[in-house]
Design a protein around this ligand. Structure first.
Ligand code: NDP
Length: 298
């Protein structure tokens, strides 16, 4: 029996998408044109294909223009950079997203840094990461933004809370830590070299796990009443569901952690759905900034 409140990311994301859809309708009525998102996929990675399909579908459902660019696996870096340059100057495109990972012949960061910072709805451009780190106004990476919105909704003011972010990747861990610092949390960033991770976690009022290791964070690592945000998406064998079947689990051992935490996100249905909702939100924000429109409430 679970004692923690379950943070319903699916419902939260639906609410955010409804607000974005309303904002898009308001902007379209006022300015005669809707924000547009271009999504670029290079190669055939099956998970990326699913993500891109969902992104395009939800962009269109929100009333925005959706531009899909699918390039073959053998695309050269210079051809990809040419496409980015074209999208940078396309007036109908407000947001550009390049789906990661890119094939080996392409330098991810060189491509991300070629995106015009004002169209960088993933928030990965060095200008935007720099602004986030130095307290400037920037487009913020979607997954950490989704985590932050759920934390604020649950806890209100985060100021003074002890937070630990387990994982220091550029797409989740580091921007998450920067956002929590911006909220005046006392932030610990843990990683594979952290000594005594369980003890570090036990001190935290907020635990964000972004590690990519199935159920690594155990219930007895969690401070009673803490809020736990599980970013991990891990596919593990599930023979109990039949031969060759799999299931998704997070980086947190939900069964034990939900006995101790005050609130916890499930996997699936927690952080995952928030990522695309935040992408849509970022696209509206990017459109308003670039076009000088007033940003509607979202
Ligand atoms: P990365 O592999 O880029 O980073 C993993 C981080 O975890 C690294 O900083 C690594 O440390 C740290 N780590 C690895 N092993 C340990 C350990 N034993 N103890 C402590 N820290 C450890 O992963 P991502 O940040 O890209 O993704 C993390 C998870 O989030 C994955 O499961 C991914 O699928 C999921 N994800 C979910 C999204 C969503 O929409 N919900 C979006 C993006 C990611 P070090 O730096 O020292 O190597």
């Amino acid at each position: 029996m679970s004692t923690a409140d379950i943070i319903d990311g699916k419902a939260f994301a639906e609410g955010l998408r409804a607000r974005v859809t309303k904002a898009v309708a308001t902007l379209s009525a006022k300015h005669g044109t809707a924000p547009g998102l271009a999504v670029v996929l290079v190669g055939e990675d099956p998970a990326s294909q699913v993500y891109v399909r969902n992104k395009n579908k939800q962009t269109a459902e929100a009333g925005m223009a959706s531009f899909e660019h699918k390039l073959p696996t053998e695309t050269s870096q210079s051809d990809l950079l040419d496409l980015i340059a074209q999208l940078n100057t396309d007036e109908t495109v407000d947001g550009i997203l390049v789906q990661l990972p890119l094939p080996d012949q392409i330098d991810d960061q060189a491509v991300l840094d070629a995106i015009a910072p004002e169209k960088d709805v993933d928030g990965f451009h060095v200008i935007n990461t720099g602004k986030l780190a130095t307290g400037g106004d920037s487009l913020v990476p979607c997954t950490p933004l989704g985590c932050l919105l759920m934390l604020r909704d649950r806890l209100g003011d985060l100021s003074g809370k002890r937070a630990i972010v387990v994982g220091r990747s550029n797409i989740v861990g580091k921007p998450m830590a920067a956002l929590l610092l911006r909220e005046s949390c006392t932030v610990t960033i843990a990683h594979s070299r952290t000594v005594d991770l369980p003890e570090e976690c036990r001190r935290a009022d907020i635990v964000v796990a972004a590690v990519g290791r199935p159920e690594m964070v155990k219930g007895d690592w969690i401070k009673p009443g803490a809020t736990v945000i599980d970013v991990g998406i891990n596919r593990i064998p599930a023979p109990e569901r039949g031969e060759g079947k799999h299931r998704l689990v997070g980086d947190v051992e939900f069964a034990s952690a939900s006995q101790v935490a005050g609130a916890i996100t499930p996997v699936p249905g927690g952080v995952g759905p928030m990522t695309i909702a935040c992408l849509l939100r970022n696209t509206v924000e990017a459109a308003c900034r670039r076009r000088g429109w007033e940003l509607p409430e979202m």
